[in-house]
Design a protein around this ligand. Structure first.
Ligand code: ADP
Ligand code: MG
Length: 245
């Protein structure tokens, strides 16, 4: 079901000033794999995502994508950001651009795709996430769930190798959570390589190939959803689950 290693982290350490927030992270993410990252607030989940798309610089260790180290700057970095899609808790759509433009701007500017082609792709993706009829509106005219689905379409429009989701449903009203999780579940089933930080345990059980549990900046446990949820090994993970389940 999953293929060769796509992204690889080895001995990754990350500090903010004196405070070390990632400790010796080793993680391989395979093509087509869905890795769900769980863990308490402050355990380093967002920092891990931000290091993988080079929004943050690591202090030591290596991160490679397709066997190549992450570029530090310039055109190569822009291409890396295109290859590593990111969906944030707070949508981060361009407020003064239409839904359609939100999805076409990256492909036109970064990938050099002609406008007509970018628009055709954008309409297809908006249809896939169920908001095709909202294309000409501004983000603020959409519900939170619709905005997050636009953000997913925007990430996919770059044809990324991997998509990182950082708590994509945490800012949504409860009734909108499932419409976003449904889109993510179908992406997972279609073989999209995904790293998903979430507190949605149903999604983790259903869609994850592997669950990674972080605690205090370390990977404290990992395994299949069955292994993690049914035979949780560490006291920290058990304590975490007792609070979220
Ligand atoms: P999580 O996503 O699991 O809640 P984060 O990766 O956001 O955890 O944060 C991990 C730790 O790093 C926390 O202690 C947080 O306060 C700290 N941290 C995160 N971002 C910054 C930053 N830009 N500057 C300083 N400390 C930060
Ligand atoms: Mg976070």
């Amino acid at each position: 079901m999953t293929g060769p290693v796509l992204a690889s982290l080895r001995g990754v350490n990350k500090s903010y000033g004196e405070v070390q927030v990632l400790h010796d992270i080793d993680l391989d993410i395979h093509q087509g794999e869905v890795v769900v990252v769980l863990g308490p607030s402050g355990s380093g989940k967002s920092t891990l995502c931000r290091c993988i798309n080079r929004l943050e610089k690591i202090n030591s260790g290596t991160i490679t994508l397709d066997g190549k180290p992450l570029p530090a700057e310039g055109r190569d970095l822009a291409r890396l950001r295109a290859d590593v899609g990111m969906v944030f808790q707070s949508f981060n759509l361009f407020a003064h651009r239409s839904v359609l433009e939100n999805v076409t701007l990256g492909p036109i500017r970064v990938r050099g795709i002609p406008k007509r082609e970018a628009e055709a792709t954008a309409r297809r993706l908006l249809d896939r996430v169920g908001v095709a009829d909202q294309a000409d509106k501004l983000p603020a005219e959409l519900s939170g769930g619709q905005q997050q689905r636009v953000a997913i379409a925007r990430a996919l429009a770059m044809n990324p190798k991997i998509v990182l989701f950082d708590e994509p449903t945490s800012a949504l009203d409860p009734e909108m959570v499932s419409e976003v999780l449904d889109v993510m579940t179908s992406l997972a089933a279609e073989g999209t390589t995904m790293v998903v930080v979430t507190h949605e345990m149903g999604f983790a059980r259903r869609a994850a190939h592997r669950v990674v549990f972080m605690s205090e900046g370390r990977i404290a446990e990992q395994g299949t959803p069955e292994e993690f949820f049914d035979r949780t090994g560490t006291a920290r993970a058990r304590d975490f689950l007792s609070k979220v389940l």
